[in-house]
Every structure is written in structure tokens, then in C-alpha cells.
Ligand binder design. Structure first.
Ligand SMILES: *Cc1c(COP(=O)(O)O)cnc(C)c1O
Length: 346
């Protein structure tokens, strides 16, 4: 029986066309400066292209989303300065380095939120204190079932940040899924946000990396921060070029991943001893709450052994299913049957 792997969109493999494009591009040493860019012509082209797609002045390639967030936050804030985040935000909960006293030493101020949108009264109260340097957002919100923060909510947050002089950073690891769900462009979605990090290594199907976008001045500083963190790369056009190819050719297809996740969620939501908050299933992530005797890791192990479906652990009481380019409509139909039968048997 074929295994259906729904753990994460990070398992997405590059297309043959992308691989062929990668070996065709001109390369150079991106660690050697040529004006404000490096000597790698493809990296420079990719960064200019990505900046244009986001309607920002400039962009920078980084080896991972985690480094991208770290470079951005450490460019906005110095050690000891405060950034607003949340206890289940990916940066705070999963990456940790930004807020680790031993590494970047940015001081986290964790605020309550509803599906990624901060409680505006709490946010204003906190910003009024006057010493908040940065407010972080995550869109889509990974640990809230991939839900989307709307443009209207972003504007309310931006207005407060402007009023009190705080900068804004968006962890947009899956920002194309968010824009697709909202039916707007990534440029419209992120307008006015000072820095954005997005992954090309997830649903966009590139093998490695992320881009940062922001003002010319911010990206110039971020380039220096990236170097401090050991993220300056050499013939990086190979990877940045794949990222550009991904944005050009594979960013619109994430709409299929969003639709397939929705179909999967609707197909299994009334299976025995599980529940899904369908209101959070807006993009390519399905968070499933477990109510039976089998808990987290044991449930996952049994699902893989008996149903040949792989999923990802969130807590003992919840797991995650993620769609991506390697998952077809037929895989979704098959996964629904297998998961329902599995639930019924336990
Ligand atoms: C995957 C992810 C990241 C980090 O990306 P890596 O490339 O795995 O370091 C950051 N934020 C969110 C929300 C993510 O889902």
C-alpha cells in the first residue's frame, strides 16, 4: 500500500523543470559585493524579482525560514529590546533562537490573540508603554491550523504600530497560501508591513530557502545581519534561482493545496473520536483534535502502521495534516477512506 505523507509541505520535492532551470543559470560569488548586491547575477535577479512581486524595494535570500525570521528580528531590534509575539507563534515556540538570552536576546512580550489576531486593546496597552520595538505577525498561522489573518485585521494592527512607533515583521512562511485564500496578491496582503519572511521550500516546491522583503535600507542592514549569522552564501544563484522559479511558476498552484486540505477536513471531520474546527481550515493545514484513548504519538504511530498515512504531532491531543504538490485529488480521496476506517477501528 502506498504511504500518503501528510506530515508537512516541507517534504515537497523540486520539479524536473526547476532542476533543469537551476543548472542553466549564471553564477558568481554572492559573498563579494557588487554595489548593494553580491556578484552572483542570478541571486541579484531573483532578489529584484521577488521584491517586485511583493511591491517592496528590495529582497534578500536566506538559507531557511528560521534564519530569515532571526535576521529580520535582529535587524529591527538590538539585544534586550522588546518584540511582541505569542506563546504559540512559530518564532517563539519552535525556533526559539530569536528570544534565547544566549543567542539574539530579544525580549519577548507574549500577547493573547484569536487565530493570529492580537487582542487590540492588549496590543494598544502594551504599545503605550513605549518601549516595544517590533510587533511580529504570522500569516498563515501554523499552530492555529493554518488560519489566515485578513487584510482588514492587518491594517488595524499596522495603524496601532504606526501610532506608537513600533516596526512590524510578518513570518509569512506560507504567505502565498494566505493570499490565495483571501483572493488578493501577496503585495496587497503585506502592504505597509516593514519586513516579511516567506519560504520557497514549502508549498512553492523549491529545495531550500526563504526570501526577506522590505525597504532598501532594511535589506541592506539585513544583509549585514545575515553575514554575522553565517548566512552569507557563495554560488547561491543555484538556490535563489530555484526560489525565483518557484515564485514565478508554482506560487499560484497553492490554491489546489488549500482546496484539497478543505476537502480532506470535510471528509474526516465526523469520523469517530476526532474533531476539526472547520473555521480554521482556510489553507493547506488541517489541525485535528483527538478525543479517543490513543494519544498524540501513539495515534500517529498506529495511523502510519495500520493506514499508511503519515501525520505530524502538535500536542498529545492534536495532530496536523498538510497538503502540498505531491498530494493529488486521488490521494485525498484515499486518505479520507483510510483515516475514517482507522478512526472507526479504534
Ligand atoms: C516552516 C516555518 C518556519 C521556518 O522555516 P524553516 O525553513 O523550516 O526554518 C517559520 N515560520 C513558520 C510559520 C513555519 O511554518
Amino acid at each position: 500500500m502506498k504511504t500518503i505523507d501528510l506530515r508537512s509541505d516541507t517534504v515537497t520535492l523540486p520539479t524536473r523543470e526547476m532542476l533543469e532551470y537551476m543548472i542553466s543559470v549564471p553564477l558568481g560569488d554572492d559573498g563579494r559585493a557588487k554595489g548593494s548586491k553580491g556578484e552572483d547575477p542570478t541571486a541579484a535577479e531573483a532578489e529584484a524579482y521577488v521584491a517586485k512581486v511583493f511591491g517592496k524595494e528590495d529582497a534578500l535570500y536566506v538559507p531557511s525560514g528560521s534564519m530569515g525570521n532571526m535576521v529580520c528580528v535582529a535587524t529591527h531590534c538590538k539585544r534586550g529590546e522588546k518584540a511582541v509575539t505569542a506563546v504559540n507563534m512559530h518564532m517563539y515556540k519552535a525556533e526559539k533562537g530569536i528570544f534565547s538570552p544566549d543567542l539574539c536576546g530579544i525580549v519577548p512580550v507574549c500577547l493573547p490573540h484569536t487565530k493570529g489576531v492580537y487582542d487590540l486593546k492588549e496590543l494598544e496597552k502594551t504599545l503605550k508603554g513605549g518601549d516595544i520595538k517590533l510587533v511580529c505577525l504570522e500569516n498563515t498561522y501554523n499552530f492555529e491550523g493554518g488560519c489566515v489573518i485578513s487584510r482588514e485585521d492587518i491594517e488595524k494592527i499596522l495603524k496601532l504600530c504606526k501610532q506608537y512607533g513600533a516596526a512590524t515583521h510578518m513570518d509569512g512562511a506560507r504567505v502565498f497560501n494566505a493570499a490565495s485564500a483571501l483572493g488578493i496578491s501577496v503585495a496587497e496582503l503585506t502592504e505597509g508591513v516593514d519586513s516579511v519572511q516567506f519560504c520557497v521550500s514549502k508549498g512553492l516546491s523549491a529545495p531550500i530557502g526563504s526570501f526577506l522583503v522590505g525597504s532598501r535600507e532594511f535589506i541592506e542592514k539585513a544583509r549585514a545581519t545575515r553575514k554575522l549569522m553565517g548566512g552569507q552564501l557563495r554560488q547561491v544563484g543555484l538556490l535563489a534561482g530555484a526560489g525565483m522559479y518557484a515564485v514565478q511558476h508554482l506560487s499560484e498552484r497553492v490554491a489546489h493545496d488549500n482546496a484539497r486540505a478543505r476537502k480532506l477536513a470535510e471528509g474526516i471531520q465526523d469520523a469517530k473520536d476526532i474533531s476539526i474546527d472547520l473555521s480554521t481550515v482556510q489553507t493547506n493545514i488541517v489541525k485535528v483534535d483527538l478525543h479517543g484513548a490513543l494519544k498524540g504519538k501513539d495515534w500517529l504511530r498506529a495511523l502510519e502502521e495500520e493506514a499508511h498515512v503519515r501525520a505530524h504531532y502538535i500536542t498529545d491531543d492534536s495532530i496536523r495534516l498538510v497538503t502540498y504538490r505531491g498530494i493529488s485529488d486521488e490521494d485525498i480521496d484515499e486518505a479520507i477512506v483510510r483515516i475514517r476506517n482507522f478512526c472507526a477501528a479504534h
